[in-house]
Write a protein that binds this ligand. Structure first.
Ligand SMILES: [Zn+2]
Length: 269
């Protein structure tokens, strides 16, 4: 199965032509895609845009770059200003109650991002850990956003007992990749592989054991090398499978089988 493990299908960038994009994805052989959540106030919209799309598998979480939105939403619901711990606790209650009544393959997209100046890593950390606690409690895998924070994330994951998950758009070292694998995680590869200059990512994709690798587009973000001026579309995944086959010197069929097997194992699809 050709599975996209990270696609923001509910993004506004797809509003104008979602039907056409879905038809193109089907024609390209994509059989399932995982749609990560980013903020509680957007969950209803995400559910609505994935309704009647049998390929969509939904995840729910608070993305590290949406903490302000989540705090403001919690304050709006509470009708008062909330200090950071109270805002986080309120969002976790919203997340847990949403999951209780909606189909869920994972908690995500959650993580740590040291690339952005704000929110700070210290502000992000309690939200990340609270969501890992919830994933542990519910026995759910997690979808991780990790930018310039692989070490922090690996150390944090090691303190929890999680059923595993995916480090999306992985860009760490071989040693870090192996530690992630030992913790039960797999690594997402997509558009970055299409750039000749992305030597480390291409080497990881070529040389890591098969068990480590899943495919993703991260659409509409991370445009492919052949179309840097446009959004990433779901059908791009088929070309990423070809690129991975080229890097590993195997057939596209093998890429589809191995990566699909990994995605189904980790996310229990
Ligand atoms: Zn994402």
């Amino acid at each position: 199965m050709l599975i996209d493990t990270h696609l923001h299908w509910d993004a506004e960038e797809y509003d104008a032509d979602r039907e056409t994009l879905l038809a193109a994805a089907r024609a390209a052989g994509i059989s399932a895609f995982v749609v990560p959540g980013v903020a509680p106030e957007l969950f209803a919209r995400q559910a609505e845009r994935c309704r009647d799309v049998p390929e969509a598998r939904l995840a729910w979480g608070v993305h590290p770059l949406y903490l302000d939105e989540a705090r403001r939403y919690s304050e709006a619901l509470a009708g008062e200003r909330l200090d950071p711990p109270a805002a986080c606790a309120a969002a976790m209650a919203q997340l847990e109650s949403w999951i209780a009544s909606h189909s869920t393959v994972a908690i995500g997209e959650i993580g740590l991002d040291r690339f952005v100046p704000s929110p700070s890593l210290e502000a992000q950390r309690p939200w990340f850990e609270a969501q890992l606690c919830l994933a542990q409690k519910l026995g759910l895998p997690v979808l991780l956003h990790v930018r310039r924070a692989v070490e922090d994330v690996l150390q944090t994951l090691a303190r929890f007992r999680l059923p595993g998950g995916i480090l999306h758009a992985f860009n760490g070292s071989f040693a870090q990749a192996e530690r992630a694998l030992r913790l039960g995680f797999v690594l997402g590869f997509g558009g970055t592989m299409s750039y000749e200059g992305s030597r480390q990512v291409r080497r990881l994709a070529a040389e890591l054991p098969w068990e480590a690798i899943v495919l993703e587009t991260d659409g509409p973000d991370i445009p492919p090398a052949w179309a840097q001026d446009r959004r990433t579309v779901p059908a791009d995944l088929a070309r990423y499978a070809e690129i991975l086959a080229g890097l590993r010197g195997c057939t596209v069929a093998e890429v589809i089988e191995r990566t699909g097997e990994n995605a189904r194992r980790v996310l229990r699809l």
